[in-house]
Design a binder for this molecule. Structure first.
Ligand code: GLA
Length: 409
């Protein structure tokens, strides 16, 4: 009897492990083996989207080098919906998408991009458009027939309790898995129900860990609301154990290059960041293995924005196939230090100055558990800046130094 119970327990564990991170596409590869990268419509266009501006962005993803750097998704966010037809099929707004989503998907696929779409686990989305509750099977099949590769599934207008959230997300996941197409599943309930504890089991490849990002460094007082870059870092940094290939903590969109442009990220104090802060966001999202979804107007990018978004050495840290989220090693009033092991035995090291002035920092690698001598490569300067057991240098206010440490002996 005892042996039988143990056998059942092991079987349950194995089955559970299978549902955890092992959603496979037709060719047998898992979905989202590295954090998805792309561009999301929301924070620049809000719901003023249409096929013309999305095709222009698709063109810009190629001409700017973003696709070549790994950003291969266009994620259509809220505002594409035009209700349901007389058979209850969800349809795109015919004014915004006169050629239809199939034509748009073909356009982006021809360019080597993938297409994401958005819905919500209730009757209405966050911006009041038609959502999928009760129509999960039908909508998943519609998305599959359109050639959709990714679904962001929001949670506005849905009940607060955890059990309902789990059921609603699992229902849509099962519908996607039954749709005949490998559609990655992004869970977006903003972290309130600790999705890192259950979202992978309900089929998600990623889950938002916080409320919506705003175009600001940090919240100025609780009453302001909205998450700045530092607010999100502080929530996400303790969740490293939950991330891995096929299941990622999603820190929300990169606000890099928005430069205080209005749009949703401009609310709640989102008046813009400095380029040092945008560069920090890119470093911190990368070392924490977050999905990287730009949301600025790619058709008009200044050189600084391109330099930040297109840094291939930084992107390589994010896309490292070992799939570890950095561990937070130091966290005090002045400093946050994060360390991420990489597939080839190197480490990525981020040193963030949280204060309002430039500071000198000594970082002894042995205090991080790294013994020996390391070659220290600065991934923003693109050069080796030392061979040592430690790094010492000046870090500007809100700056994040990002290094690759390569063991010498
Ligand atoms: C929520 C999400 C955002 C965006 C909007 C769209 O706020 O968290 O990322 O999708 O809805 O309405």
């Amino acid at each position: 009897m005892k042996i039988r119970s143990i056998y059942i327990l092991i079987l349950c564990c194995l089955l559970n492990m299978k549902s955890y991170a092992q959603i496979k596409s037709k060719d047998g590869s898992i979905l989202a083996p590295t954090p998805p990268m792309g561009w999301m419509t929301w924070n620049y266009f809000a719901d003023n989207i249409n096929e013309q501006n999305i095709m222009e962005i698709a063109d810009a993803m190629l001409s700017s080098g973003l696709l070549n750097a790994g950003y291969n998704y266009i994620f259509i966010d809220d505002g594409w919906q035009g209700g349901r037809d007389n058979r209850n099929n969800i349809i795109a707004d015919p004014k915004k998408f006169p050629s239809g989503i199939i034509a748009l998907a073909e356009y982006v696929h021809r360019k080597g991009l993938k297409l994401g779409i958005y819905s919500d686990a209730a009757l209405l989305t966050c911006s009041g458009y038609t959502a999928s509750l009760g129509f999960e099977e039908q909508d998943a099949k519609t998305f599959a027939s359109w050639g959709i590769d990714y679904l962001k599934y929001d949670y506005c207008s849905a009940p607060d309790d955890l059990e309902t959230a789990k059921i609603r997300y699992k229902t849509m996941n099962d519908a996607l898995r039954n749709s005949g197409r490998a559609i990655a599943f992004g869970i977006c309930e903003w972290g309130g129900r600790k999705p890192w504890l259950w979202a992978a089991q309900t089929g998600g490849q990623l889950w938002r860990t916080t409320n919506d990002v705003r175009d600001k460094w940090k919240r100025r007082g609780v009453e302001e609301g909205g998450e700045g870059i530092l607010d999100i870092v502080d929530i996400n940094a303790s969740l490293d154990q939950y991330a891995g290939p096929g299941h990622w903590n999603d820190m929300d969109m990169l606000v890099v290059g928005l430069n205080g442009k209005k749009g949703p990220s401009g609310d709640l104090g989102g008046t813009g960041c400095t380029n040092i802060e945008y560069q920090s966001q890119m470093s911190l999202w990368s070392i924490m293995a977050s999905p990287l979804a730009a949301t600025n107007d790619l058709r008009k990018m200044d050189e600084e924005t391109k330099r930040i978004l297109l840094n291939k050495e930084v992107i390589a840290i994010n896309q490292d196939v070992l799939g570890k989220q950095a561990v937070r090693k130091v966290n005090d009033e002045n400093w946050t230090i994060l360390l991420k092991p990489l597939q080839n035995g190197d480490y990525a090291l981020a040193i963030l100055n949280r204060t309002e002035t430039s500071q000198i920092r000594v970082c002894d690698f042995s205090s991080l558990g790294l013994n020996g001598i390391y070659q220290i490569r600065d991934l923003w300067q693109h050069q080796v800046v030392g061979k040592d057991k430690k790094w010492k240098g000046s870090v500007d206010a809100h700056e994040t130094k990002l290094f690759r440490l390569i063991k010498i002996n």
